[in-house]
Design a protein around this ligand. Structure first.
Ligand SMILES: *Cc1c(COP(=O)(O)O)cnc(C)c1O
Length: 293
């Protein structure tokens, strides 16, 4: 499906020099033009398993701006599967770029109420989906299963000498996979983008200080950080995951909580910025075009 060549980019700042830390970014946002970052790793073994078991259709779940839905549509198209996305929300959200891209890549979208969506793990609800769509291989929301984590064991380059790795955490599948691949001397910190981390299926080190109000929420401070980070490094961030990750990493460096050779995993997610900016009426380009002074 994809030949993965890890791209590691060193970044500099006055803070990093002052703290004598060495900071690099693993650019999963660059591995594929459409299949965002960590999502490709979470799908890899699921699609292999579906093929092995003889399925021709993948069904999965996600919200209207989901990077997972977006990536699944493209990955299924490439691997020759039909795909069905069970979407939380109204068909009116079809207007957004995430879902129109998914549909353009052949994904059949099925909109369900929040109430039905919350039954996504119930046998009865899945049975009703089987009656409607026939046989399918089910990938859980966010690619959050054992095979998803197994794929994430391949995110870090085999040979690396980082002391500490940081990644963004939604379901925690990526954190779990990366944790499994660490050498005993290496540490990992997951920066949770959710308020409260009770659901994370992992024992590894999750930091819950940087959710900025919860999933898909932000503050002015976060937006300002995103803008200045991007201007300084030329590395684009998404609003939901990687802005919070890099903010958290920078803050942990500033406070002296982490040191040494640090690797931050840029898990992609940039496709979601279009919908996010529409939804919150954020238009970062506006400032650029406005007359100065
Ligand atoms: C989905 C996603 C995550 C979260 O990954 P989990 O394995 O669910 O913790 C992180 N970053 C980006 C950009 C994502 O799209």
């Amino acid at each position: 499906m994809l030949n993965y060549n890890p791209i590691i980019q060193k970044i500099n700042s006055d803070l990093f020099s002052e703290k004598k830390v060495d900071v690099s970014v693993l650019r999963l946002d660059l591995i594929h033009p459409q299949i965002s970052g960590n999502k490709w790793f979470k799908l890899k073994y699921n699609l292999e398993e579906a093929k092995r078991l003889g399925y021709d259709t993948i069904l999965t779940f996600g919200g209207a701006f989901s990077n997972h839905i977006h990536a699944t549509a493209v990955a299924c198209k490439q691997a020759g599967f039909k795909s069905i996305g069970v979407i939380r929300g109204e068909p009116s959200s079809i207007g957004n770029n995430t879902l129109s891209d998914a549909a353009a890549n052949g994904m059949q979208l099925f909109f369900v109420s929040r109430e039905d969506y919350n039954k996504k793990q119930d046998a009865g609800f899945i049975q009703s989906l089987n009656e409607r769509f026939g046989n399918f291989y089910l990938v859980p929301e966010g690619g959050d299963n054992e095979l998803g984590a197994k794929g994430c064991e391949e995110i870090l380059p085999m040979q690396n000498n980082f002391d500490i790795v940081l990644c963004a955490c939604g379901t925690g599948t990526t954190l779990k996979g990366i944790s499994n691949s660490l050498q005993p001397s290496q540490k990992i910190i997951g920066i949770s983008v959710l308020k409260g981390v009770g659901d994370l299926n992992t024992n590894a080190n999750v930091n819950a200080e940087y959710h900025f109000g919860g999933y898909a929420k932000h503050t002015k401070e976060l937006l300002e950080f995103k803008e200045s980070f991007e201007a300084q490094t030329q590395i684009p961030l998404d609003y939901v995951y990687t802005s919070k990750l890099f903010y958290g990493a920078t803050d942990l460096i500033r406070s002296g909580s982490i040191e040494g050779k640090i690797l931050i995993v840029h898990s992609g997610g940039l496709q979601g910025n279009r919908g996010y900016e529409d939804r919150y009426a954020l238009n970062p380009k506006r400032n650029v075009n406005e007359p100065q002074g």
